[in-house]
Design a protein around this ligand. Sequence first.
Ligand code: ATR
Length: 281
Amino acid sequence: MVSSVDGKTSIVGLVGCPVSHSFSPFIHNTLFQEYGLNFIYVPFSVEPKDLQTAVKGLVSISVKGFNVTIPHKEKIISFVDKVDVTAQKVGAINTVYIEDKKTYGYNTDVSGFMSSLKEAGFEIKGKKIAVLGAGGSARAVVAAAALEEAFAVFIANRTYTKAEKLAYDFQNDFHGQTKALSLDDNLEDIYNSHVIINTTSLGMTGMSDSSPVSEEVLHKDHLVVDIIYNPPETLFLKKARQKGCKGINGMGMLVYQALHSFEIWTGKKPSGELVYSLLTK
Ligand code: ATR
């Protein structure tokens, strides 16, 4: 955040409900200060029934852009002028840029996830990907796998019908299989995958003694990703590391989605190290 707001300060923000627990105001305002940009990032609590009115209002007061979070990521697609290819693929927007009263929707959860895997030295192309969960985050992960040309995707979810729907939506995006599973099924396909990504809420603070699947599906050559960042090491990641797997948490995805949004609004490309150092202070 700029040290003092003046008549030229550009406003960006977060549209969601709730917004009070988000790290985004801290990340962006610190970056604006670090880069000497006259910008401020503000949380906007918007109820679902008010979403369209809120978007019109933000455009009319010349806000530069905003992030979108739960529960609006899908619904906002109908209220922006142009949706980029990645956001279309996921069916969700997490970043809006406003220029000349026109709204442009992007999904930096997808690019953020891709960047976090690249940072870990993992190449998705040609690989078998196992995704645990079938909610909004799972969709972003499956879309990233499709865009990066993974070979196959196996989606295991507590509610099988949701896994089935997600697999169906992406059935033409992989050269190999797109398969839905229930978390209680025989998880041989998961065992035979190259990377296992947990997108369920199991393991989050408040559910930290639970894990989405048993460690029997793990072997030491797996890359195990948990998109949870609080706690930094979930029970699932702990078990994976004990088995000798390389494991990464959701901090990279959080950092890179923010960096990509920042770049869309400001044209500046901050370093990942800077944001990591801020978040781990
Ligand atoms: P997000 O946007 O973070 O993906 P979401 O769309 O609400 O959030 O999805 C949450 C995911 O966590 C879903 O896959 C959900 O499984 P269901 O589709 O069966 O609801 C999964 N999840 C949440 N609580 C769970 C639990 N106690 N056991 C197993 N899976 C759970």
